[in-house]
Design a protein around this ligand. Sequence first.
Ligand code: SF4
Length: 248
Amino acid sequence: MVVVRLPAEVLARASSSADLAALDAGIVDCFACPRLVAWREEVAATKRAAFRDQVYWGRPVPGFGPADARIAILGLAPAAHGGNRTGRIFTGDRSGDVLFAALHRAGLANQPTSVAADDGLALHDLRIFASVRCAPPDNKPTPIERDTCAPWLWRELELIKPTVRVVVALGAFAWAAWWPAMSRVYGGTPPSPRPAFGHGAHWTSPDGGYPHLLGCYHVSQQNTFTGRLTPTMLDEVFARAKELARGA
Ligand code: SF4
């Protein structure tokens, strides 16, 4: 195990990852953000009462899904008692319950639930990953942590670039994280002013040289419990993503 401890090492390790398996292996050995390392380990040690008999993952959470996907979902970061517990993104929390039910209805997942890393879940034509790979306190990474983690995102985007046609940004944080990543991976400069985030927002470049970007409210409990984000709204976004992936 070659542990990554410095921002420069994140860039070097990510850049040299030949495929997604190598990238995922590098991500899970990353310790480059002291605050997030301390938090993920503290959460894993103290646990939530309902999970006190479980061994938490307590590490960074890599992306999930096939390498030749045409659709990508870009999230914020793993949840403390979800991905940070189970080791798989959006797995084992209420946000994942809502998301994977919608992905199953859309035909992008083989089952509507995501409870554990070995539960048999498989994604079709879809890869899911986060802007920041460690669970942050209050779901709020700092700008330095976002930037330190960015090379993992850049390399993931580079590796799926041959097939990906649509990126669904879950929430404003992911929407904002997309532009510098897009510029880094695809070249060129992001549009100015930046297109505003909103549910159903759609950005496409005039020359078609970049993936379509679709905005979607985050599947947080704050949004789903209040009705700000409904199953129908999710269905509409994923139906649109599939259309765009087909070139429709
Ligand atoms: S947030 Fe990213 S860069 Fe920071 S420790 Fe986790 S995986 Fe490494």
